[in-house]
Design a protein around this ligand. Structure first.
Ligand code: GAR
Length: 220
């Protein structure tokens, strides 16, 4: 059973997907601590509801390095094996990324390397692409750049607005994020340069319902 530390800034539905997968025993992992930069984040309410320890690390007038040292201290106090960025809207320091490299994953609401940044869904819609999706990846020192674990493709529909599209992508995020954590927990992920090799094993496509019209990467 691995211990996961989750970094979240907002509503926390990605966090909830990890908590649910853990409680349903779909993953060999439990959320050991939730850390937020935002005292108002609903993610913190979710942690409370599930009796998961949480900490607020406020960022005002602090250096990024000092904030991240504080976050590392908390993660280590909770014996965290894997750190997950689940809607964490802050840039992490190079030192933090280096220390946790290979044990630090992020979810992004677009098919990287397209539409990096804090508004992946909106940017895809504005650009006019017809297919977008979501990506899990190991974080490295560049934003939304590190080796990709899983992706899933989602069609943009003619009537989509930012809200409807973000909602459909989120449903898929709630599948590939816990799945990526499970692959890590099963020691099935090997980083080779920019690429992540996934060792063969069980498949969630065989075990759980897929969303029609979504294309899931090999390894899901
Ligand atoms: C998710 O769509 C996640 O991919 C995105 O924030 C949302 C958080 O939703 N993350 C980023 O854009 C990171 N650049 P949630 O608060 O409901 O989990």
């Amino acid at each position: 059973m691995i211990h996961v530390g989750v970094l979240a800034s907002g509503n926390g539905t990605d966090l909830q997907s990890i908590i649910d997968a853990s409680e349903r025993k779909m993953i060999d992992a439990k959320v050991a601590v939730v850390i937020s930069d935002n005292p108002q984040a609903y993610a913190l309410e979710r942690a409370k509801k599930h009796l998961i320890p949480f900490e607020i690390v406020e960022q005002k007038e602090k250096k990024r390095e000092d904030i991240d040292t504080e976050i590392t201290r908390i993660l280590k106090n909770h014996n965290v094996d894997l750190v997950v960025g689940a809607g964490y809207m802050r840039i992490l320091s190079k030192g933090f990324v280096k220390e946790w490299y290979g044990r630090l994953i992020n979810i992004h609401p677009a098919l990287l390397p397209s539409f990096k940044g804090t508004n992946g869904q909106h940017d895809a819609l504005l650009y006019g692409v017809k297919i977008t999706g979501c990506t899990t990846h190991f974080m490295d020192e560049e934003m939304d750049h590190g080796p990709i674990i899983l992706q899933a493709a989602v069609k943009i529909l003619p009537d989509d607005d930012q809200e409807s599209l973000a909602k459909r992508i989120l449903q898929v995020e709630h599948q590939i994020l816990p799945r990526s954590i499970q692959l890590f927990a099963q020691h099935r992920l090997t980083i080779k340069g920019r690429c992540v090799q996934i060792k063969p094993g069980d498949s969630w496509a065989d075990m759980y319902k897929l969303i029609p019209e979504v294309l899931y990467a090999e390894g899901y």
